[in-house]
Each structure stands twice: as structure tokens, then as C-alpha cells.
Write a protein that binds this ligand. Structure first.
Ligand SMILES: [Zn+2]
Length: 266
């Protein structure tokens, strides 16, 4: 199954924008990339596809920042739509590249695990991971502390991230579940990718774990999963708190749980 060809990456382009305070969107129509200005350097979450990373780089400049000021590149998980641009990004920054420990191999040499076939491409954009993240790790830079929560399921090393963002109307807690897709949990997929069946149980345990977190601003790895563009439209209409919605996080987790139960009844 091919989701979408990347031969015309310009079709993915969207303008970067400020979500709230020191948090920015530098992703594209298909995949998100988030930029935090910590006051002492930048944190980038996900680098999108190899074919679209030039747009993320351009977006960082358009917002008045520079890739050279990125100190951490975090990845939600080791699929090519989220870490594919990291090989290119590495040449533009001295950042520390981080991903969940169980997904390191994909980035460094196991392209067959990167879901490249889903996009009708070969994955060759390998990069060295500087820091393998573990559950409960925190990364501190400038005014920002990112909590890394290991939420295996979509991939073995999927990480979810939580941090505070401050703007004119106060501080809000941002939460990003690192990978909601459950197509990776069917028997055929697990067998073909040499993954354990226990990932299914891990997924639902991860959802339960995430209920412990309070989230005001819900972000995702793909725009449709958290209605990024409709909320951006509301932002453009003048609602500076368009992305602040504390009720959204538990509903999203309910949704993930119900999708899982439908697909994999106990
Ligand atoms: Zn994925």
C-alpha cells in the first residue's frame, strides 16, 4: 500500500506559524514538525521526510530563526516521515539527535523498519543518534524542560513529549503522543518486521500511562490527528488561544483506546 508519493514534495508545503508563545509549526501538509524557542537555543521535534525537510529548514528561517541554533532534535519514532529529514538536518546543526532507545537501529541502519515502502521509496538517509531516550528522561534547554515518556506500540521506541510553553496569556502544558497508528500491530505487520506481539499490549498500556499527564495544547505527528489546520484557521481569525483546549487530551486518548479495542477485541 502506498499512501502518497513524494515525487512532488512542493505539494506538501504550508506556511510556518506560531502556535502559541514560543512554540512554532514548521511542518508540512502531511507531517508535523514543531520548533521550541527556549531562549537559549532551539528544540526541533521531528524532521519530516527526506524530500520535504528543505521546507522545514526554510520555515525555520522564515520565522527568524536558524537551523544552526537547534540544540536538540527529538523524534517521536523511527519512521521515515518523522526522522527522514534528520540526515540533512545534521549538516546544518551541531544539535544532539535523540530518539527512543528501541528505535535507534532504524535510524542508523535498519531502513526496512522505516515504513519507506508505504511511501514508495527506499530509505537511505541514515544518521547517527547521539542520545537514546529512556522513559522519564528530561531534556533541559533555556526556559524549557521536556519530559520524555516511553510509549511503545506504534513502534518499540515511540516517545511522547511534554513541556510548558509561555506566551502573553500565560503558560500552558503541551503534550504530544508520539505515534497513534495501530496498523503496525496486526499479525502480518509484526511478523514481517520481526516485531513482538507484545507490542499490542504495550500500546494500550501506553495510552493508559498518558492519562497521567495534564495537557492544555495537544500536538500530534500528523496534522489531521489533532486538527492542526482547522485550529490554525481559528488562530488566524484572532483567537490567540485557538490551540489551548484542556478537554481535548483525554478525549483523544479515549479515541485511541476505542480504535484499538475495535481492531483488537480482547
Ligand atoms: Zn509511524
Amino acid at each position: 500500500m502506498t499512501i502518497r508519493k513524494l515525487e512532488e514534495p512542493w505539494r506538501f508545503y504550508v506556511e510556518p506559524f506560531c502556535v502559541y508563545g514560543n512554540l512554532y509549526s514548521v511542518g508540512n501538509r502531511g507531517v508535523c514538525s514543531w520548533l521550541i524557542d527556549t531562549g537559549d537555543g532551539l528544540i526541533l521535534i521531528d524532521t519530516t521526510f527526506p524530500q520535504t525537510v528543505y521546507q522545514t529548514v526554510d520555515s525555520i528561517y522564515r520565522l527568524g530563526f536558524a537551523p544552526a541554533d537547534i540544540r536538540y532534535v527529538l523524534h517521536t519514532h523511527g519512521h521515515c516521515d518523522h526522522m527522514g529529514g534528520s540526515r540533512s538536518m545534521r549538516d546544518l546543526t551541531q544539535a544532539t539527535f535523540c530518539i527512543g532507545a528501541e528505535d535507534v537501529d532504524v535510524c542508523e541502519h535498519r531502513g526496512e523498519m522505516s515504513e519507506a515502502e508505504l511511501y514508495d521509496m527506499n530509505f537511505t538517509a541514515y544518521f547517527t543518534v547521539d542520545k537514546a531516550l529512556r522513559d522519564g528522561d528530561t531534556l533541559t534547554l533555556g526556559n524549557t524542560e521536556v519530559l520524555c515518556v516511553h510509549t511503545p506500540g506504534h513502534t518499540p521506541g515511540t516517545m511522547s513529549y511534554f513541556f510548558d510553553i509561555t506566551g502573553e496569556q500565560g503558560s500552558f502544558r503541551v503534550g504530544m503522543q508520539g505515534g497513534p497508528g495501530i496498523h503496525t500491530l496486526v499479525d502480518d505487520y509484526l511478523a514481517a518486521h520481526d516485531l513482538p506481539k507484545s507490542l499490542r499490549a504495550s500500546y494500550i498500556e501506553s495510552v493508559a500511562r498518558l492519562r497521567q499527564e495534564r495537557v492544555d495544547i495537544h500536538l500530534t505527528g500528523h496534522p489531521g490527528q489533532s486538527r492542526i489546520f482547522p485550529r490554525k484557521a481559528t488562530l488566524d481569525e484572532g483567537d490567540s488561544l485557538a490551540f489551548v483546549d484542556p478537554g481535548r487530551w483525554p478525549k483523544y486518548l479515549d479515541y485511541l483506546e476505542s480504535c484499538f479495542r475495535d481492531e483488537y477485541p480482547a
